[in-house]
Design a protein around this ligand. Structure first.
Ligand SMILES: [Fe+2]
Length: 444
């Protein structure tokens, strides 16, 4: 619209200026033609009247005046005067034999050879009056006066103006239409290029922009397409490398988690089972695949901090001393320190840190409660407790599934979220075994 708004006034100005110039030139040519035509007629009459004036042949002079008057509708009168300035011949009989009535010139229009042209007003009419001396054998014998009407000139000028105005209007309409088409053609291509840039910036699916024209804009579009393809290719390459790097980090952390499970034969496979139970509950709560993937990873990593717990504390069969208890309880924070090493693992830190928090705030390490504890940590706490209760420990026998469910329900509202504890109990009653549950990424 800006381009159109700029070009239309420019085109209008150009067309109007050209029409104005053409009108001026044409009117000037018409006026010059009229002046020369009148001067030529007056000169011819003067040449023809010389002998007749000298010989005083009034009949010939009258005929000359009448025929000249009749030869051109623009001629208002023709007067032939003798040397004493008396009218000898006139196309109006009443004027013959009288002294010539000269009119005061309003404006001099120039001289053409021996003929002078003046603009005069006679009987209220604006006329061009020509005065040509009549000579014969080197002697001045009289004067010819001839008047032309300017009305014909004015009519011709009006006609020319109408013609030029009509032509200018047609040209103007065509120019505006052409400008509109041209501007639209340019702006459509620029708009397509602009949308392509935005699409590339947003990371949307990019399709090469058509560039059929071999001009500067076409070159620019083709270069942009090539640049976009290079950027997208490099972006895909970077994403692939980032993904590989992420997978290698994840693999390393999984190996750490697996080696932790392997340290204690009583907790072998604990992380995997907690992940399966957590994902099954998450699925029942309506989590999408992406969120289930994050829940699964957080469950795998939840006890990662125990890698720093000494064997004599981790594997101790007897009750732990207070100091050993403190060492054991530091594993959520130790786990966050390990996860802090890679930026893309940071998202799991709040969950790993909070998996031993209690719903009523009696847990550790921060004493968080209710909604302060991440949802994934609530879920992992349930799965963690259930798996611990249903596997043998050196100091006690494993509980049955029903027994573990009752224990979990006994702690609903204190250790566990009431709603999640109910959902977990319902899930375990409906599906006592989670062996068929598959994990997305586990190869442990
Ligand atoms: Fe733990």
């Amino acid at each position: 619209m800006k381009l159109f708004g700029f070009m239309i006034p420019l085109v209008c100005l150009l067309v109007i200026s050209v029409a104005w110039a053409v009108m001026g030139i044409t009117e000037s040519a018409l006026r010059r033609d009229l002046l020369q035509r009148g001067a030529a007629i007056s000169h011819v009459v003067a040449l023809s009247a010389g002998y007749s004036l000298l010989s005083n042949d009034r009949l010939a002079l009258d005929r000359l005046a009448s025929e000249t008057r009749g030869s051109d509708p623009g001629i208002v009168f023709v007067a032939i005067r003798d040397a004493a300035d008396n009218v000898v011949a006139h196309d109006l009989v009443a004027e013959r034999g009288k002294p010539y009535r000269a009119a005061q010139p309003v404006k001099s229009l120039g001289t053409f050879d021996d003929t002078r042209a003046d603009e005069v007003i006679r009987n209220g009419r604006r006329l061009i009056e020509y005065t040509t001396p009549v000579s014969f054998a080197g002697r001045r014998v009289g004067t010819v006066s001839l008047a032309l009407s300017t009305e014909g000139l004015a009519a011709a000028q009006r006609s020319i103006r109408r013609l030029i105005a009509a032509a200018a209007s047609v040209i103007l309409v065509l120019a505006v239409f052409g400008t509109l088409v041209f501007a639209s053609l340019i702006t459509t291509r620029v708009k397509r290029l602009h949308e392509g840039v935005l699409s590339l910036g947003r990371g949307d699916t990019f399709r090469p922009i058509p560039a059929p024209f071999q001009d500067e804009l076409g070159d620019l579009t083709r270069n942009f397409n090539r640049m976009a393809e290079t950027i997208l290719s490099q972006k895909a390459d970077l994403q692939r490398k980032a993904s590989q790097l992420e997978e290698s980090y994840l693999g390393m952390v999984r190996v750490l988690a697996a080696s932790l499970d392997a340290r204690d034969p009583y907790t072998s496979g604990h992380s995997t089972r907690v992940a399966k139970l957590s994902c099954e509950l998450g699925r029942r709560l309506g989590m999408n695949e992406e969120e289930l993937g994050h829940l699964e990873r957080a469950a795998i990593f939840h006890d990662l901090g125990k890698i720093q717990t000494p064997d004599d504390v981790l594997l101790k069969r007897e009750p732990l001393s207070r100091a050993e208890e403190e060492q054991m309880r530091s594993h959520p924070m130790d786990g966050t320190d390990i996860l802090r090493m890679a930026p893309f693992l940071h998202r799991y830190i709040p969950v790993v840190r909070s998996h031993h928090e209690w719903y009523n705030g009696d847990g550790y390490p921060d004493g968080k409660k209710e909604d302060e504890i991440p949802l994934h940590a609530h879920i992992i706490a349930l799965a963690d407790a259930f798996d611990a209760m249903t596997t043998d420990r050196p100091y006690r026998q494993a509980l049955t599934t029903q027994g573990a469910i009752e224990e979990i329900l006994r702690f609903r509202g204190s250790q566990f979220s009431p709603e999640l504890a109910d959902a977990f109990a319902k899930m375990m009653r409906e599906q006592p075994t989670i062996e068929n549950t598959t994990l997305k990424s586990m190869a442990l």
